[in-house]
Design a protein. Structure first.
Lengths: 260, 260
């Protein structure tokens, strides 16, 4: 299974531009043979926009933003994971959605761990745990940014069968440790693939640090972006590696949940 | 609080020698101002000895091995964490014990996550979760080697107030990833100090990789051993750093346990 992560330069609040750039990247990724394209947190709007602006941009899943992504996916022939400010009743959620290569919405996840004042001032917290969908036979799980810092949620994904956990993120300096240490640790300890996909560039107070990477179930980083450029990271995943490392070191069955 | 980790060269099955070397190291650590000395997994006997030899060497906590450690601790004036094959009824456990600087046994922990054939062929699994004791006002938790690879157990320690988690280990090549990535990840995600103390040298099939280190609650490695030498790693811990990093990033209260 070939996947692509788009480490994108920020263009805050530019939804039309984000969709136009997504179309270009989706076509490039599909041409490179990728079956799934992963994009950063809130990839259609930008992240650190302030609560008023985010509420102005927020749309329900049935709105034009998600509709255009569905068209891009079906016209490019690639599944897409994108973020957007999701309007649901009075709530604005920090959401990601997995759209299949035929444009069908397969799964939507609302960020459950809100990060500090930036998230709390703008978003309601989601209340679903493990959100998954199957693409080309691969079980893909959805979480967002700060969520990956909690080993419990990644473990829950592993126990429910997630093989590839996609993590759109908006990781800023100086938190390089998250990409460089926590992400490989999560992949290793729960023995699944993680595609951690970040912004690059500056957005208001934040300097995004890039460091987009795919870590494998043995913790090895199978693909790593070179620094902070705007570009696609294309890599092949071999899902059989998951069973192989779990046979060698059976973390999931060696757990002693009755003791914790 | 100053602590010392003894990265020790293996001398398999040499209990008398281990106790003599421990006395030297305890005196050195105490002279350096350390209040606690941490030693590797099964530090009094060696680890990869085979089940028959380990059963021959096994003693209860009331036996002469633990008695001599108590004398070393009280005569050196330093608390000691040591490992030994613990005999209890028909069972042999892979145990560690924290002895106070006056020779009092404060806590004993039996390894709960058994690692592969080496552990399973020789030891019964312990069935206690969080084991702690207080030394000089610092709450110290005890786990062993493979245990630290399970985020759940380290999290349970953090939630129960462990400030310094000591991890006697027997980490062999090629598992450098555990020391280099998982240990700092555990310290960061649960926001406590971890003193990971390994063997160096060869024991039957195993080549121990050293890499003894102390990681802080921000994930930063505050002290790191230079490679594979036999020696003491002495470092100062500032427990106030724990509250500081938990205030900045409140992982423990940002958890959503109802969702996992």
């Amino acid at each position: 299974m070939r996947i692509a992560c788009w480490q994108a330069a920020t263009h805050p609040s530019d939804v039309a531009g984000a969709l136009a750039r997504l179309r270009v990247r989706a076509e490039q990724a599909a041409a490179a043979g990728a079956r799934v394209l992963v994009t950063p947190e809130m990839s259609l709007s930008g992240y650190d926009l302030g609560s008023r602006r985010l509420r102005e941009l927020a749309e329900p899943e049935s709105g034009p933003m998600c509709g255009e992504v569905a068209r891009i996916a079906s016209e490019s022939g690639i599944a897409i994971v994108h973020g957007w400010p999701e309007l649901a009743g009075e709530h604005v959620y920090n959401s990601v959605r997995l759209v299949d290569a035929d444009g069908t919405g397969l799964a939507t996840y609302r960020k459950t761990h809100l990060f500090g004042a930036i998230d709390r001032s703008s978003f309601s917290a989601g209340d679903t745990g493990v959100v998954q969908a199957v693409v080309d036979g691969l079980t893909i799980g959805l979480i967002i940014c700060y969520d990956v810092e909690f080993p419990e949620l990644v473990r829950a994904h592993a126990l429910r069968g997630t093989e590839l956990l996609v993590v759109p993120t908006a990781l800023m300096s100086p938190w390089h440790f998250v990409a460089e240490t926590l992400v490989p640790a999560r992949a290793c300890e729960s023995q699944l693939f993680i595609a951690y996909t970040n912004w690059t560039g500056r957005e208001r107070r934040l300097e995004y640090c890039g460091l987009t990477r795919v870590a494998g179930p043995d913790g090895r980083v199978v693909a790593i972006d070179a620094g902070t450029r705007d570009g696609l990271l294309v890599t092949d995943l071999d899902p059989s590696l998951i069973a192989e490392v779990r046979k060698e070191t059976p973390y999931l069955t060696d757990r002693r949940p009755e003791l914790y």
